[in-house]
Design a protein around this ligand. Structure first.
Ligand code: ZN
Length: 74
């Protein structure tokens, strides 16, 4: 179950992961044909957000801004 408090904390990361998956993990396999290393606009602060996607479909990312969003292997 998703609570409002959880959404407030996880929102920007969840949105970033969803966007990366939308761009690079299309159905039916939900994983890229080759490893992806790219960047996008950070959904939280608007800075550059570097991300990677493995051929297993795992994503990791890190905003260039200090103390902003980062995640690994989701
Ligand atoms: Zn950011």
């Amino acid at each position: 179950m998703t609570t409002a408090a959880f959404s407030a904390l996880a929102g920007p990361i969840a949105r970033a992961v969803a966007k990366v998956r939308e761009l690079h993990c299309p159905p039916p396999t939900y994983r890229p044909n080759a490893p992806v290393s790219a960047h996008m606009t950070c959904p939280k602060c608007g800075s550059r957000l570097n991300f990677k996607v493995t051929t297993e479909g795992h994503t990791s990312g890190r905003c260039v801004a200090a103390a902003c969003i980062r995640w690994s292997m989701q």
